[in-house]
Write a protein of this length. Structure first.
Length: 347
């Protein structure tokens, strides 16, 4: 069995920098035409000049004629200025701004501490410039249970933000709960959308503990109950234009995952398309796969759809146990396991 679809894009990708970047970028470039690049480096990408420099380093790490286009983002802070948003828009290389609530996830300590108190002028400028806000949708209060952080964020931050600034385009990234799905579905199309990862479509929180603690299944937002996974699958496979592909692929050195205080993040770039296809096949909706992977994202961002195509063949293949780089190894999602769908290079 074989499918031919328009080449997908990845609307949520971590490439890191240095040797990690040089190793992982080809895994995304081999399948995706474009990707929204996350800005949570050390130090974070908070200015247009830094975004341009980071883009140059990504392009330098790519193979010649790869055809892959990095779409850059800025890291929102309490002190980001409206002028910076104007400069970002005029640069032609920055496509969105990322909101990390301070302390929410990897490299987020410089994130926002008071969105409504400190960031409204910037958000208003973003709405004026039609610059999307990409949201890591979790509160960080220690009083809130880790499994409820997304639900509370929707109730206390995202809902009020949409009411206060309805013209701002917002992507709720890596949605993980029925609550987030219902919220996105209730919003006006074209203004609020969501990305969905492979892991949140195919794993539930049991995957963290089966056979012992599984550090390579630890990500943020954390995996949730089966009822939430099923809600996300239903939303994605329904054909709704409000949901699109965003892997949140996040490479970490094996030693930083398998340690007393392991990093959050799943490296799924090599397997993402295989997993997405499996989910749609199991739902009996392969006819809706192409819109999710290749149409909904660029349509939301106001960008043209890709012209190249890729083939997905139902050909079993084994995921490598690891990928080596200059400083160590990266363990991919489903390391050593056999997957059923294999993507080809774009043509």
């Amino acid at each position: 069995m074989e499918l031919s679809i328009t080449q997908p894009d990845d609307w949520h990708l971590h490439l890191r920098d240095g040797h990690l970047l040089e190793t992982v970028v080809s895994h995304s470039a081999s399948n995706f035409g474009r990707a929204i690049i996350m800005p949570n480096l050390k130090p974070p990408i908070t200015t247009t000049a830094a975004a341009v420099a980071y883009r140059d380093s990504i392009l330098n790490a790519l193979a010649p004629n790869s055809g892959f286009t990095p779409l850059m983002t800025l890291y929102l802070t309490d002190t980001t200025s409206p002028l910076e948003i104007k400069q970002a828009k005029n640069s032609g290389v920055v496509y969105a701004v990322k909101l990390y609530p301070a302390g929410a996830t990897t490299n987020s300590k410089e994130g926002v501490t008071d969105l409504f108190g400190k960031c409204m002028p910037v958000l208003e400028e973003m709405a004026e410039q039609e610059m999307p806000l990409l949201v890591h949708g979790e509160v960080t209060s220690p009083e809130v249970d880790v499994f409820d952080r997304e639900k509370v964020f929707v109730e206390t931050v995202l809902g009020p933000l949409v009411q206060r600034l309805p013209q701002l385009k917002i992507v709720m990234e890596h949605v993980t709960t029925l609550d987030a799905v219902k919220f996105v579905e209730s919003c006006q199309e074209g203004y609020v959308a969501a990305t969905v990862t492979p892991q949140h479509l195919i794993l539930n929180r049991n995957s963290l503990f089966q056979g012992g603690l599984q550090p390579h299944n630890y990500c943020l937002p954390i995996l949730k109950r089966e009822i939430h996974r099923q809600a996300i699958v239903s939303a994605v496979t329904s054909g709704s234009r409000k949901f699109f592909l965003g892997t949140d692929s996040a490479p970490h050195d094996q030693r930083k995952k398998e340690c007393p205080c392991g990093c959050a993040g799943i490296y799924n770039a090599p397997v993402a398309l295989s997993v997405y296809t499996k989910v749609f096949e199991e739902a009996g909706t392969l006819d809706k796969l192409e819109a999710f992977t290749s149409f909904n994202g660029p349509d939301f961002y106001g960008l043209p759809r890709n012209t190249r195509r890729i083939k997905l063949s139902k050909t079993p293949w084994k995921v490598p146990e690891s990928y080596s780089y200059a400083s160590g190894d990266i363990i991919p999602m489903f390391a050593g396991e056999t997957l059923e769908w294999q993507p080809s290079s774009p043509i």
